[in-house]
Design a protein around this ligand. Structure first.
Ligand SMILES: [Zn+2]
Length: 435
């Protein structure tokens, strides 16, 4: 049994011992090398030298995305620049980017974490991994790339975009594992079908490792049907490493955290209090062995829960549930919390519409008005306007029944919602002053 196999199936007490050691090292490292942590620990009265149990970590203060932004560019580095081999940055679409730095050790750790996903898909040297995440500062491309190299597979670093070429490579180069966002995988499948190519029989895929955006079980089922493969969800974020913090196994029943490298907590986002296993809340991560960019209790803003119980695959690392979205993606519609993925789930019960949609928020007088624009399936051919209106009413009623909120529904032409090569833009906020 390899040591990698060994650590993935170790008794949980052994993993907890590794975590306690990692927590002790990380809090001291942060305190001694990053002025932000020295100030925030001191202010909270948290003594990093006094940690003697994992629970002691709960009295450490949180670190937020804003804290990381405020430290831009190098304020959160725990090592001298000469030890940094690579820099990545979050997209920074809503403001200043956050920076992730990697030493040689950090890059190896990242590669090993993502390689687990390839192993979870029973992949290895006999596989051809097509990396269709964008390369560059976004962690998706190179994270999958390093993971694929570490797994011994053949790597095709095609990056995102040029969809017809993606399709040619999928057909001709024998790619068996596809790494990209789920929405891009769907776009590849749909484009192939339009070109008269059936990806279920003409591609050679066994598995897709898809992440960087939440997607519903129904969306997954549709991908699996169109591409004739198994879809594994992968989770990660630049602030803690990149993709590979947690990855699904073939049981498709939650994502195994890389618990020997990350310690996860779930908190109530409003109060900051820890929640028991099984309850939904905000994921908080502490890195256990990152050198350049360690974090202590980083608030990810991602909503998930720890799944109680053991996984049938035999691996002992705890699992997080598939993401419900981010606390900042959550729409508050007339006082009701709604995640875009919940709207997606409702639409999937309507055969006349496709999985492409956009949610538009605007104001009418003092009220927020939310409109769901959803594409009709290409073979839905209504004869009359009233047939379209009837379908819109029907979807609206189903949304109301499932979510208890009123959402306007507008059926739009197939292919009229912009396709993305990376993360799909699901929510358009037209309210003044809100971006
Ligand atoms: Zn499992």
């Amino acid at each position: 049994m390899s040591s990698e196999q060994d650590i993935l199936t170790a008794p949980h007490e052994r993993i907890e011992a590794i975590q306690l050691e990692g927590i002790k090292k990380t809090v001291i490292n942060c305190y001694e090398h990053i002025p932000f942590y020295r100030a925030s620990f001191d202010e909270a009265g948290f003594d990093p030298y006094a940690v003697s149990s994992i629970d002691d970590l709960r009295s450490a203060p949180f670190v937020t995305k804003q804290d990381l932004r405020d430290a831009y560019p190098y304020g959160m580095l725990a090592v001298p620049m000469r030890d940094v081999r690579e820099i990545h940055m979050s997209s920074g679409t809503t403001g200043v980017a956050t920076v992730g730095a990697y030493t040689e050790h950090d890059l190896r750790l990242w590669a090993d974490c993502f390689a687990r996903g390839i192993a979870y898909a029973n992949g290895g040297p006999d596989d051809v991994v097509q990396v269709s995440y964008g390369y560059g500062l976004f962690t998706g491309g190179l994270g999958a790339h390093y993971g694929s190299l570490a797994s011994g597979a053949t790597t095709i670093p095609i990056s995102a975009g040029n969809t017809e070429r993606q399709i040619r490579v999928l057909r001709e180069m024998g790619s068996t594992i596809l790494c990209c966002t789920p929405s891009y995988a769907m776009h590849i499948a749909d484009t192939a079908l339009e070109m008269g190519i059936d990806p279920a029989t003409e591609f050679h895929l066994r598995a897709g490792i898809h992440g960087a955006e939440p997607f519903s079980d129904n969306f997954r089922a549709e991908l699996e049907r169109k591409l004739n493969y198994k879809v594994l969800d992968v989770y990660g974020l630049t602030e803690t490493m990149g993709p590979g913090v947690a990855i699904e196994c073939l049981e498709q029943n939650g994502l195994h955290l890389a618990e020997d490298h990350f310690y996860a907590e779930i908190i109530d986002p409003a109060t900051g209090k820890n929640l028991p296993d099984g309850e939904w809340g905000e994921l908080v991560i502490t890195t256990l062995d990152r050198e350049a960019s360690p974090v202590v209790r980083y608030r990810t803003r991602d909503i998930t829960r720890i799944l109680p119980g053991e996984c049938a695959c035999g691996r002992t690392h705890r699992r997080i549930d598939r993401l419900h979205g981010r606390t900042d993606d959550m729409l508050i519609i007339r006082g009701v919390n709604v995640f875009p993925s919940q709207i997606e789930d409702v639409m999937k019960t309507v055969p006349e519409v496709s999985s492409w949609y956009q949610i538009e928020i605007d104001t009418r007088g003092a009220l927020d008005v939310v409109t769901l624009k959803v594409e009709a399936e290409p073979d839905f051919a209504p004869d009359t306007i009233s047939e379209i209106e009837g379908l819109q009413r029907e979807i609206k009623a189903r949304l109301k029944a499932a979510l208890s909120v009123g959402i306007e529904v507008k059926l739009v032409e197939p292919k009229s919602i912009p396709r993305s090569e990376g993360k799909a833009k699901r929510v358009i906020d037209l309210r003044k002053g809100i971006k």
